[in-house]
Ligand binder design. Sequence first.
Ligand SMILES: NC(=O)c1ccc[n+]([C@@H]2O[C@H](COP(=O)([O-])OP(=O)(O)OC[C@H]3O[C@@H](n4cnc5c(N)ncnc54)[C@H](O)[C@@H]3O)[C@@H](O)[C@H]2O)c1
Length: 381
Amino acid sequence: MLRAAIVGGGFMGVTHTEALRRLNIPVVGMLGMDAEESDRFAQRMKIPTAYANLEALVSDPQVDVVHLCTPNYLHYSMAKTLLEAGKHVLIEKPLANTSQEGAELVGLARRHRRMGAVNYNLRFYPLNQEARARIQAGQVGEPRILHAEYCQDWLFLPTDWNWRLVPEEGGALRVVGDIGTHVMDMLTWLTGLEIVEVMADLATFIPLRKKPRRAVETFASKLVAAADTEDVEIHTEDFAGILLRFNNGARGVITLSQINAGRKNAFWWEINGSEGSLFWHQEQPNQLWMGYRQKPNEILLKDPALMQPHTRRYAAYPGGHAEGYPDTFVRHFADFYAYLEKGDYNQPPTFPTLEDGRRELVLCEAILQSVHTQSWVKVRY
Ligand SMILES: NC(=O)c1ccc[n+]([C@@H]2O[C@H](COP(=O)([O-])OP(=O)(O)OC[C@H]3O[C@@H](n4cnc5c(N)ncnc54)[C@H](O)[C@@H]3O)[C@@H](O)[C@H]2O)c1
């Protein structure tokens, strides 16, 4: 039985712990920003060990797998230490801040015979698994147009604050790194296509924000605005528009924003091919729309009995019993831990790998280069 530890006690720390518990995977330890956060989180989530620092976690022989749920800038250094110490890692996206760091982690995992996964959990909505299977079976034919939006409003006000706004903590790109990587991962994973060229336009509409003098958890500023703040200039983007070219000649368009009033977690994708279309929306994740020219369109309401035999296991509940965001973590972790238990690393993984995370970082860098040069940029993986 593999045992897990969690690093980071915010939004993701809780979500990962709950998902592991649904799989009966013991969560044996917790590391927060400091000993106080470790203690508080361990007590709240009933985790036996609260670590005072990373060294204490690393030297705990009980821990086999570490879930990194910290701000982005910590992923690389922590994952490096953990892989070198022989732990498996499940790292929140984006994998690191640069593709160079990503490549190092891929190499370290290989050298130390340890596995890593990057949490592109949105792949694990049952109907995204189903969509991928249908695309592989030829239902849309050759993909021609891939478009997607991921828009939110949790950073709509100048008083909204999060570490993601600061490049030193979140990375040089904000909406692209935070939610755009989910979108690019989804489009390429669904179709098996590769993005070969990008052209991007970014904008920062709120150049000055009020930063609370004490740290706030993700989304917390939507509930209570901090009283004690300081003014901070913002240099990361609120909006991104990205054009894509794929290796089969398909074209893509992505819109990303964290300042669209009324849009909460509005990620949708649509793929139009030579035979038909598919559309899915994260806020109605139990429906898959299928578009046709020569017969009426269809909507598949999630029901394992109506899914392809090999995607059924991604639906944990019977038809019509809605599944949502927390379930995606459970299904991802189920695949990752089953792979670790088998121990045959020659098998193709069914979860997003460190290599997938590295390729996303290469894409992010190409996007940044396109912004600087105001031109199309070829992606060199
Ligand atoms: N896959 C998804 O759907 C999804 C959703 C949200 C966030 N994320 C990713 O998860 C990660 C965490 O995001 P979040 O929204 O949970 O952030 P958060 O701010 O809610 O939580 C981060 C936690 O990390 C802790 N922390 C900070 N420095 C630390 C250190 N040195 N050691 C240990 N803990 C430390 C903070 O105290 C806080 O508890 C990010 O990489 C983010 O991109 C992924």
